[in-house]
Design a protein around this ligand. Structure first.
Ligand code: ZN
Length: 367
């Protein structure tokens, strides 16, 4: 392990700097991190270095991306640079890289700054050929940066992509979509003696949730293992009422995860219809409506990626690249059990294995 640790020294130096950037989605400074990454990428003499700031909705600060291009790229390596919130329970500062034996701890090490560091480390040894590296923000909530990149046209000509997410260095080929909705019902409120005649927002919200529960039940056998069912989730129902007060507002936050091959727009239309069936004046805000993902042609990768091919339990932006016509897989160091939790870590041998694969991609193995 000492040999690996010495080989990986520059990668770990990159990872230390990356972890120190607070890029917690919605509160951190993703623009500053991207500026630092652009500077790091510029040292490897890309033919083009495109740096863009991207505005976000819902009051979030700007995010950004950097795209480095060598030659006429056919293949793309993509890593998101934002993280989830650190949460409670850390035994050290989440923004400080801590090396412990055969692993390194810190916020984002596993999801997925380790991959960004491994790519930078690999650039120190590989000669990039007809390849692009995209380091982008805003993946963990909202995903507003990737659509902006796709709209820009900078990825036109890219045929294959490796989207880096923690797969334990296995090849992720499919995952569910994600549809989340916030539904609000309102009324004048009042004393509960009026409740037989006054609008009942909380009753509407709970009817909506109950009918969505029926929809869930009706679709338990929909799809194919391991993606059976729609994963309908009633996440939150709130109101300002009391047992003797008719509420003026009630709101429900719900989601479902359509399986690969399913159509998220049709599910969204169903959810809207169910919300309106409870009350026609429901105020409906679709928080996200992300398509499911399945690799278009896995054989384009399996010659080089000889690791196990797996289905993934989480959504990734490979979905968006695939929708844009790019043949994509998901691959990266670390795994979900190590990420999104206190003392997040990535094992050094995983970083080492991923770096070797990224070096191949940079060298033109998919181009
Ligand atoms: Zn991730």
């Amino acid at each position: 392990m000492l040999v690996i640790a010495e080989f990986m020294r520059s990668t770990l130096d990159y990872l230390r700097d990356l972890v120190a950037f607070d890029t917690r989605n919605g509160t951190g400074d993703e623009v500053a991190c991207v500026a630092w990454l652009a500077e790091a990428l510029s040292r490897f003499a890309p033919d083009q270095l495109i740096i863009k700031t991207v505005p976000r909705s819902r009051g979030k600060p700007d995010s950004a991306y950097v795209l480095a291009i060598w030659g006429a790229p056919k293949a793309l390596l993509n890593v998101h640079i934002d993280t989830v919130p650190s949460g409670e329970g850390w035994t050290a500062d989440p923004l400080e890289l801590v090396e412990r034996e055969d692993r390194v701890h810190g916020l984002g090490t596993s999801d997925i700054k380790g991959a960004a560091a491994a790519i930078l480390g690999a650039l120190g040894t590989a000669t990039p050929r007809n390849v692009a590296v995209l380091l982008s923000g805003d993946e963990e909530a909202g995903s507003e940066v990737m659509p902006a990149i796709i709209r820009s046209g900078y990825l036109d000509g890219i045929e294959r992509a490796v989207v880096c997410e923690p797969t334990s260095c296995r090849v992720g080929r499919a995952h569910r979509g994600m549809l989340a909705m916030h539904v609000r019902y309102t009324g004048p409120g009042g004393h509960s003696s009026l409740s037989d005649t006054v609008a009942a927002p909380l009753l509407s919200a709970t009817q909506f949730c109950a009918r969505l529960g029926d929809y869930r039940q009706d679709h338990l056998d929909f799809g194919v293992d391991p993606f059976k069912g729609l994963c309908v989730n009633i996440g939150e129902v709130t109101s300002d009422g009391a047992y003797n007060v008719i509420p003026t507002t009630a709101s429900a936050k719900v989601s479902m995860r359509p399986p690969p091959g399913d159509h998220v727009a049709a599910r969204e239309a169903d959810m809207v219809a169910i919300a309106r069936s409870a009350s026609p004046d429901a105020e409906i805000d679709t928080i996200v409506a992300f398509a499911p993902f399945a690799t278009r042609d896995i054989s384009a990768f399996t010659g080089m990626f000889d690791e196990a091919v797996v289905d993934l339990p989480y959504w990734t932006e490979a979905s968006m690249l695939s929708q844009a016509g790019i043949n994509a897989i998901v691959y990266g160091p670390g795994n979900l059990e190590q990420a999104h939790r206190p003392d997040e870590y990535v094992a050094l041998d995983q970083l080492y294995a991923a770096q070797a694969r990224y070096a191949q991609v940079l060298g033109g193995a998919l181009s």
